[in-house]
Design a protein around this ligand. Sequence first.
Ligand code: GTP
Ligand code: MG
Length: 199
Amino acid sequence: MATQRIETAEFLLGAASLAQLPREGLPEIAFGGRSNVGKSSMLNKLTGRKKLARTSKTPGKTRELNIYKIDNRMIIVDLPGYGFAKVPDSVKEAWGQLVESYLNSREQLVAVVHLVDARHPPTKDDIQMHEWIRHYQVPALIAVTKVDKIKRGKRAATLRTVRELLKPDETTPVVFFSSETGEGSKELLGWMRESAGLL
Ligand code: GTP
Ligand code: MG
């Protein structure tokens, strides 16, 4: 049921390459977005487990694909964050290759949650990420996160900017989210379950 909470969430492993990903065929949902945008916080909020995924004020904490098993029925993949200026180019390139090949070739992948920061217009890297999502035709939801940090009156303009720059296709929902208030959690979880064929 769409409104049902997550009962169990278990960290499986941090994968530095696609070969290390689990072989069992559970449907997978990936969380992608800039470093520090709030991917790990989103996972913690959805699972109700404050310390399941490591969060940090220092961007670039998550360097691997962190794999979590949810209710023994689906997998959430917390992707390494992109766009962190202090990372050497070689690391950025490796990240790009890992994420692009994951989006391109991972059979278990059923959908991506693409997180963007409500406080800033999407960056070049956000646009690149969304181009990959569209190119590889991965069903997506755009979560405009940290929405607790912007004034209500700015929401409409924020939504317009996100749509203009990322050019999501018509099937891609754009949802306001906050790991502080929990706004958007129910909708997101419902969409994830539906994407995973669990409704
Ligand atoms: P990387 O692992 O570096 O890619 O970052 P991440 O996307 O996992 O971000 P993370 O969840 O670690 O959050 C980064 C910082 O933003 C932390 O200080 C969080 O507390 C804060 N943060 C995340 N989500 C929200 C939100 O919805 N609202 C507010 N106000 N702060 C948030
Ligand atoms: Mg993280």
